[in-house]
Design a protein around this ligand. Structure first.
Ligand SMILES: [Zn+2]
Length: 395
């Protein structure tokens, strides 16, 4: 059964409890289990996700592919994880050249089951059938379409990952919702239903990839991805996230059994472009050189932008580009260029579009977007944290 509760479940690995008031989401937890009706959403963009789910490419020779899974009916009144997050994307996608959309369909139950338990999948399906409601304290919501939407988000991420793995595309970006990185093997949580990127990672590991690196630069810790690969030595996990916010996990010393593999870098508020540039060179690069991944997957969360409404990190669009470009370069040096980005959070529509433009520029090696959106605050120094990180992980 999926829980419908407004009490806080225990956090994984820590035994801590976090109360709803500890969580820095802009919207208050909803008290009611259901709502009488949902507003009609006018998405203003294509939601075409039908067609051949086996990575049909529109033409040969393309290098960067993307999927777009908008899920316009996965919505809840007042909730920040809403279809409007994508409202500025279509204009961007129409403008960009050198990228090609890949059609995708839903992931199969078997593909989902590579990460999530049969009980969790059945529970989520049942909760969605019952109609709109809140399923945890984040709050995470479901609607009657959410189960199919979550299958499509996972399918969109799988399609890109497979195309890159097979060499049909050089790299790609799965622009999907609902997001995934908080979803654990046994539970949906944190606005996430199925863990899209973890499902794609399992698929890659089952199809020839021996070592895979996940980099998660969403402002929140990807507890679900970490949980899915807690004991899987084929996957290394690196996460930057703002400390002391939802979900409360992601401490430096959280995984003593997996030093040099499960690698968490909690950040103080306002850590931004300078901090991330140092992290790319002094934390991610040595991790890549030590772990020697054959492919990289990136949980791209644009809520690390300084203007995000629910977090207080400090990246600008230029910072997202610099970080993403460095990841692409590392993949080109060590992984034959095999890198896939998957959208996680980001709750300001303009930031989502600018962040996506930055990722596409990084993937295609073209000029980054010229957004004048540097923050006006100064950054904290993270030198000691970098030293502690390298010492703990032997990097
Ligand atoms: Zn996030």
């Amino acid at each position: 059964m999926l829980y419908i509760t407004d009490t806080a479940p225990a956090l994984p690995f820590t035994g801590m409890q976090v109360s709803a008031t500890d969580i820095r989401f802009a919207c208050p937890p909803h008290a009611s289990r259901t709502v009488a009706s949902l507003p009609l959403i006018s998405p203003g963009m294509s939601t075409d996700i039908s067609g051949d789910r086996f990575n049909r490419l529109y033409n040969d020779g393309m290098k960067t592919v993307y999927t777009l899974v908008h899920s316009p009916e996965h919505t809840y009144p007042g909730h920040p994880e809403e279809p409007n997050r994508f409202s500025k994307l279509q204009a961007l996608l129409d403008r960009l050249s050198g990228i090609e959309r890949l059609e995708s369909g839903p992931a199969s139950r078997e593909e989902i089951a590579a990460v999530h338990s049969a009980q969790m999948i059945a529970g989520l399906e049942e909760a969605c059938k019952r109609g709109p409601g809140i399923i945890d304290y984040a709050p995470t919501y479901v609607t009657q379409t959410s189960y199919d939407d979550a299958l499509n988000a996972a399918g969109g991420t799988l399609a890109i990952t497979r195309a890159v793995l097979k060499g049909e595309a050089q790299n790609g970006f799965a622009i999907v919702r609902p997001p995934g990185h908080h979803a654990e093997p046994e539970r949906a949580m944190g606005f996430c239903l199925f863990n899209n990127l973890a499902i794609a990672a399992r698929d890659a590991l089952a199809n020839g990839v021996e070592r895979l690196l996940v980099v998660d630069y969403d402002a929140h810790h990807g507890n679900g991805t970490q949980a899915a690969f807690w004991q899987d030595e084929r996957l290394a996990y690196f996460s930057t996230h703002q400390e002391y916010i939802y979900p409360g996990t992601g401490r430096l010393e959280e995984a003593p059994h997996a030093r040099g593999r499960i690698t968490n870098f909690p950040l103080p508020a306002h850590a931004g472009d300078r901090a991330f540039a140092a992290i790319a060179e002094q934390a991610i690069k040595p991790l890549v050189e030590t772990f020697r991944p054959q492919m990289m997957l990136v949980s791209a969360g644009f809520d690390a932008h300084w203007k995000d409404p629910i977090t207080t990190l400090g990246l600008s669009t230029a910072g997202f580009h610099a970080l993403s470009r460095r990841l692409v370069e590392l993949a080109e040096e060590h992984c034959q260029g095999k890198i896939v980005f998957a959208l996680e959070g980001g709750y300001d529509p303009q930031n989502v579009a600018n962040g996506a433009a930055a990722v596409f520029a990084a993937l295609t090696g073209t000029e980054p977007p010229n957004e004048d959106d540097l923050p006006r605050f100064s950054e904290p120094d993270i030198g000691q944290r970098l030293e502690a990180f390298r010492r703990w992980h032997g990097l």
